[in-house]
Write a protein that binds this ligand. Structure first.
Ligand SMILES: O=C(O)CCC(=O)C(=O)O
Ligand SMILES: [Fe+2]
Length: 295
């Protein structure tokens, strides 16, 4: 499917903001579940991040056509990403979106989507829909009220280029799915009423908002906001990266041990930035629940 015909939507409310309009951007996240802030990164930082994502994930360019890869502890390997914390406009914006002065790095990611890569299944990153015991790292790291999306699409977000799409107003507790759809049993995706309860892939329903951004723009979405990515149908690789932060006083008790990479990263992180990693717990994507409870 080709999505190059999709145009930037007029939504009847402002959802793109400048760095001078951060409070209005945060109001939009609270009202509609998402916002864009223009020009948060400068060209130099964008360029360094592009190089770093390629170098860390696919240094010898062997990922292959149609493939994509998500790195889930990118900051531990990317000094280029560390520079974002010394970029005052970035930090100012994150304090507004996390509603806290003192922040901790919660999780980070970088993604390569090669030309020919498939669309993503619609999903929410939030893992607090049910109260059961945690069974994977997301259940620990994606349970709070902080934004799930603090992303930079550093080659731009466009429907023809594997860009991001969100469902407007899908961030509120009790949201039931787009018109004509219902949530999947785990509530993390939705499907057309009357079809198999399997996460939806497609960009043809009411409330779907394709996001158009330039490489230095930040895309913010709320903790529960449902989102997807278009297939990449142009001949340039799509690169993105994001730093998820959380208010420092929010308790997150990780049941896994810090990895060696996490430890090395925290030690090498510059002194003046150390408060940001004081409560960093890293991530263990292999962790699958409390052993004791599995008998
Ligand atoms: O690939 C993308 O653009 C979106 C990624 C995403 O939603 C995720 O990793 O949870
Ligand atoms: Fe996601």
């Amino acid at each position: 499917m080709d999505y190059s015909h999709i145009q930037k939507p007029e939504l009847g409310y402002q959802y793109e903001f400048t760095l001078d309009e951060l409070d209005a951007a945060q109001d939009c996240v609270q009202a509609h579940g998402f916002a864009i802030v223009k020009n948060v990164l400068n060209d130099e930082l964008v360029d360094e991040l592009q190089k770093s994502v390629k170098q860390v994930i696919d240094p010898d360019d062997s990922l292959g056509e149609g493939n994509s890869f998500t790195h889930t502890s990118f900051i531990e390997h990317s000094p280029a990403m560390w520079k974002m914390f010394d970029h005052a406009p970035f930090m100012r914006a994150q304090r507004v979106f996390c509603q806290a002065e003192e922040l901790t790095i919660n999780r980070t990611a970088a993604i390569i989507r090669n030309p020919g890569s498939d669309p993503l299944t619609w999903h929410s990153d939030f893992c607090g829909f049910t109260d059961g015991p945690p069974t994977f790292s997301g259940d620990i790291l994606n349970r709070g009220p902080w934004p799930s999306g603090l992303w930079f699409y550093i080659t731009g977000s466009h429907p023809k280029h594997g860009g991001l799409a969100v469902v407007e107003d899908s961030h509120v507790e009790g949201w039931k799915g787009p018109e004509g759809f219902q949530l999947t049993p785990d509530q993390r995706s939705f499907h057309r009423i009357g079809t198999e309860p399997k996460g939806y892939v497609g960009f043809d329903f009411p409330g779907m908002v394709p996001l158009f951004t330039d490489p230095g723009d930040e895309i913010i979405f709320a903790s529960r906001t449902y989102h997807s990515a278009f297939p990449n149908r142009i001949d340039r690789v799509r690169l993105s990266c994001g730093i998820g932060l959380r208010p420092r006083d929010y308790p997150v008790n990780a049941p896994w041990a810090l990895s060696e990479d996490a430890r090395v990263f925290m030690k090498a992180f510059p002194d003046h930035l150390q408060p940001l990693v004081k409560d960093y717990v890293g991530i263990d994507t292999e962790w699958s629940g409390d052993d004791a409870m599995m008998g």
